[in-house]
Design a binder for this molecule. Sequence first.
Ligand SMILES: C[S@@+](CC[C@H](N)C(=O)[O-])C[C@H]1O[C@@H](n2cnc3c(N)ncnc32)[C@H](O)[C@@H]1O
Length: 327
Amino acid sequence: MAVPCVRVSVEDGEATRRRLADDDLVDDAHEITGEAGDLYIPVTDADAVPDDLSVVDFDAPERRTQTNPADLLGYEPTYERLGDVVIVDEDDPERARDIADALVESDVRAETVVDRASKIKGETRVRDWDVLVGDSTEAVHREYGHEFAVDIAEVYFSPRLATERHRVVEQVSEGERAFDMFAGVGPYAVPMASAGAEVVATDINETAIEYLRENAARNGVADRITAVAGDVREVAEDYEGWADRVVMNLPHTASDFLDTAVELAGDDCVLHLYDIQHEDDPFGPAERAIRDAAEPEYDVTIETRREVRSYAPHELNVVVDARLTRR
Ligand SMILES: C[S@@+](CC[C@H](N)C(=O)[O-])C[C@H]1O[C@@H](n2cnc3c(N)ncnc32)[C@H](O)[C@@H]1O
């Protein structure tokens, strides 16, 4: 629908808009539109426009106002995003459905909305999902300049570990040999390869390894990553004494794999061991387990103790970086 607009040359556009705005004459309900070298600035009152400006009727599109899910719900919903997949985490299915509807109606980009339907479970650490909107649980997630394709119904992935993964990747130097024991779709392996490492990555979930290979290619590092599907305890037999760095991101259970990590370690090797422990002694169990597995063959130096995030009331997800130096 045509509305009254001031027509000015593009060069005079901003100065004119400011003049009109100072007099409260800019019509915010319609877009300022450019056409054939002129700008059309919608105005609220054509008669009040100063005489030196020309007012014409112009078909300026209506301006879309931003709508947030909170405007529709009356409260701020909690959700996280993995590419176009939006993840909510609600115990009450009705509340989850309300949030999903509000996400779709608002200006949030949400092709798919899913709700956590179980805890992570089993060897592959995958959880069940209720798909509330859309039909695909596959997403392309961007993290520190890398792209990761992932199907969250098939493979474990958490965007919450991005900062921690980046911390590890920043320690990687050109030419080093890094072994990722529980690699998932490659959020450690791929950036470590980008940082110049030669990487071997294993996962017991074959679908994870398929995605990892796709992600290595997507990020231009396929030639520096060897991705092997299988139990790391078996795969490690081919890489004895090979690694300068070993990533052990299987909280709860990684300590059970320390003998394998020591088998992989070269003469000087950094282990990144993730664990979940009570807040009273979050690092002690991991440190003792590393010493039990590596001493006396290696000297063990604890280089970092870090809280990654809180996991449950009084329980912390932590990481210990330990340097093993052969005696
Ligand atoms: C917590 S996920 C971590 C994935 C990845 N590091 C990340 O940050 O997204 C642990 C992974 O270890 C894999 N896994 C479990 N047991 C394994 C084993 N014995 N050998 C190799 N991979 C294993 C699971 O399939 C899962 O993908």
